[in-house]
Design a protein around this ligand. Structure first.
Ligand SMILES: O=C(O)c1ccccc1N[C@@H]1O[C@H](COP(=O)(O)O)[C@@H](O)[C@H]1O
Length: 224
């Protein structure tokens, strides 16, 4: 189970999540209560373990903006909140190579099957992150979606895709999410915070522990 702890704004929080066993750390470059700058992240990433992925979160950002952030802030992957057909993923794959993590976000509120089909057609994308959205927020909502309904859509159309589940996860419900959706990975922000942009280290640790326990009870992920 790939676990990403997102919305890091300080070295202390990012290091704490890495030490607790996170596979990936997220940094939100989009307007948000957790927004960070390229310069801030550039001084954090050199102090993090090399094997821990450093993922930049971008909402409708340009190729130039993302490429600049990757290079200056030392990112190893990106999470794209952009149209699947924007061409961004293809350009980023060409620029940063086969090992670069490229996650495409889709929202549960729109029809899942057609979105999954569109993602599958783009070979540059290696993972699809399913999240909730609200009238005002495209991420970091703290709101979960209808997991049993999503499970039915995923069973029909997720084959070959690395599915990452996000949206309203916390240390208590992450086990249910994993058991229901059998994803390749999970991602969290709000559910492990003490305040927006500040981690609750006990919650981060509990989230990781509970995700690992739930994953150990699964046979195989639903997707790959
Ligand atoms: O965290 C944010 O503020 C944010 C802002 C804009 C786009 C994405 C954002 N975060 C992503 O939201 C989900 C989960 O959020 P939550 O656990 O429901 O609060 C995750 O993919 C984050 O990377």
């Amino acid at each position: 189970m790939w676990v990403k702890i997102c919305g890091n704004t300080s070295l202390e929080d990012a290091r704490g999540a890495a030490e607790a066993g996170a596979d990936a750390l997220g940094f939100v470059f989009a307007p948000s209560k957790r927004q960070v700058t390229v310069e801030q992240v550039a001084v954090i990433t050199p102090h993090l373990p090399e094997q821990v992925e450093k993922i930049g979160v971008f909402v409708d950002a340009s190729f130039e903006e993302i490429a600049h952030a990757v290079e200056v802030a030392g990112l190893t992957g990106v999470q794209l909140h952009s149209a699947v057909h924007s061409g961004l993923a293809t350009r980023l794959r060409a620029r940063f190579g086969p090992d670069f993590r490229l996650l495409q976000v889709i929202h549960y509120q729109q029809e899942l099957t057609s979105q999954l089909t569109a993602v599958r057609q783009n070979t540059a994308i290696d993972g699809v992150l399913i999240d909730s959205r609200t009238a005002t927020l495209v991420g970091g909502t703290g709101v979960r979606f209808d997991w049993p309904a999503a499970r039915r859509a995923l069973a029909a159309s997720a084959e070959g895709l690395k599915i990452v589940v996000a949206g309203g996860l916390d240390p208590i419900n992450v086990a249910e999410a994993i058991a229901t959706l059998q994803p390749w990975g999970v991602d969290v922000v709000t559910g492990v915070e003490a305040a927006p942009g500040r981690k609750d280290h006990a919650k981060v640790k509990a989230f990781l522990e509970n995700a690992r326990i739930a994953a150990s009870k699964l046979n195989t992920p639903i997707s790959v």
